[in-house]
Design a protein around this ligand. Structure first.
Ligand code: MG
Length: 457
């Protein structure tokens, strides 16, 4: 009996503790090299730099796809988008005319946390279906405030065409709705103040939840720095990096407001996990209006590192080591599973999850993840195992760059020696190629893909 109690006691104590608040800050198209703490020479991000000093900065953090819709589906389902129908080789994301969205059968992070007693709020860009059955409020969020798809969609007839519209953008050029829960409250959304307003809504929600003594889950999905770029008067014209820098500095200032709120409340200061990241790499064809992947190759839309490897900053004073900078692979799908574990939420066991619990990694240990799978649309393009990455197919960014090329002998890179994927070493390592081919084949054979939601029109 005594032995049994000794065995059970730590679990019981853990279960009784108040589960942590969870805040995921997403950005849209922010690159690996766009923050001061990730080496950008001129964009000033003092709040994120402080967050990194007080927390842990990951240098090998990945998203589930290199464009918006599938990447968001991966975070919210802990599954590769191929398993939920949220990807396609014909349509890269959902568009205003799309009829599909995240199926009701998927279990989102918000649904799981809500079932575990959390208040759940989504603030910002959704892009997992804008028709009613697919809205955040139908997928586990108590409340929603944001735009349902990308800020460059719904272009108004007669407005400047093509890239010219991005040079001096006006909110009126895009008839993008701003929604509160399930109603449109503003159209077109005034994008110049949108970053601040998302943070305002998140702050009000955190404050209410704290007063109600409810743990909260905040999904703060900034719609910037996706083109067209907008900054408020307080930030416009301030950054040496130009408008793109203004936009990042405004995101930084608003992350600072969120962290200040958490620090200033006794009940949140020691019991909140905040994770900052981006949905995919920089949209490089947009030149100065796109960001930077730093030393990583290429960007959004590609399966090179610049497409899927993004900043990842984990902050939880007292639980996550301060000032740690660490390699070790992890993904947004791991973040999802980890949040469920921390919350004491039910982990779905009737489906394949692609995430792993990385609590030990975030607390100072090593990552359990050994493999990263790189999809473009519904096709597996590359596989990473340890430091080795094999590209079976390569393709430039959407709308520019090299054409799709299938490599009979995969292009092999050693990402620790060569993070920029510049020096092919396949000839010297046929054994490694054989191993990665086998892992890719086993994975492909195991996947049962439902019909694509992105192709429904
Ligand atoms: Mg994006």
């Amino acid at each position: 009996m005594k032995a049994l109690l000794t065995l059970l006691l730590p679990t019981m104590l853990w279960a009784q503790a108040q589960p942590p608040n969870i805040v995921v800050v997403f950005c849209d198209d922010l690159g690996y090299g766009d923050l001061g703490c990730y080496g950008h020479p001129t964009i000033r991000t003092p709040h994120l730099d402080r967050m990194a000093r007080e927390g842990t900065r990951l240098t090998e953090f990945y998203v589930g796809a290199s464009v918006c819709t599938p990447s968001r589906a991966a975070l919210l389902t802990a599954r590769l988008p191929i398993r939920s129908g949220m990807c396609s080789d014909k349509r890269r994301v959902l568009f205003p005319r799309s009829k599909g969205g995240l199926p009701a059968s998927e279990i989102t992070l918000a649904e799981s946390l809500k079932a575990a007693g959390y208040a759940t709020g989504c603030f910002g860009k959704w892009h997992l279906g804008h028709r009613k059955p697919f809205l955040p409020t139908r997928h586990g969020f108590d409340t929603y405030y944001g735009i349902p798809y990308s800020n460059d969609m719904d272009r108004v007839r007669g407005s400047p065409k093509g890239r010219a519209s991005f040079n001096d953008p006006k909110s009126e050029y895009w008839n993008v709705p701003l929604m509160k829960d399930e109603e449109i409250v503003e159209r077109p959304a005034d994008q110049t103040t949108i970053t601040r307003r998302y943070a305002d809504a998140a702050l009000a929600f955190m404050s209410e939840s704290t007063q109600a003594k409810k743990p909260f889950f905040v999904y703060l999905a900034n719609s910037m720095p996706h083109v067209p770029l907008f900054a408020s008067d307080a930030h416009r014209g301030k950054s040496p990096r130009g408008l793109y820098g203004d936009v990042i500095e405004e995101i930084d200032a608003n992350v600072g407001r969120v962290l200040d709120f958490i620090r200033s409340n006794e009940s949140t200061a020691k019991n909140t996990l905040v994770f900052f990241t981006s949905d995919n790499g920089p949209w490089l064809p947009y030149g100065l209006h796109g960001g930077s992947a730093g030393l990583l190759r290429a960007g959004k839309g590609t399966t090179f590192e610049g497409g899927l490897r993004v900043p990842g900053i984990a902050w939880w004073p007292g639980k996550i080591p301060a000032g740690r900078v660490t390699a070790g692979m992890a993904t947004t799908m791991d973040l999802h599973v980890t949040a469920l574990e921390l919350a004491g939420a039910t982990i779905p066991d009737d489906r394949t999850l692609d995430g792993q619990d990385i609590q030990g990694f975030l607390r100072g240990g090593s990552s359990p993840r050994t493999t990263v799978l790189y999809y473009r649309g519904a096709t597996l393009y590359a596989v990473r195992v340890g430091p080795w990455k094999a590209h079976f197919i390569t393709h430039g960014a959407y709308g520019s760059g090299p054409k799709r090329t299938v490599h009979d002998v995969p292009k092999l890179f050693h990402l620790e020696h060569d993070p920029s994927e510049q020096h092919e070493v396949g000839k010297k390592h046929p054994d490694v190629i054989a191993k990665l081919r086998k892992i890719a084949a086993t994975h492909r054979a195991s996947v049962e893909a439902p019909p694509s939601q992105l192709e429904l029109r």
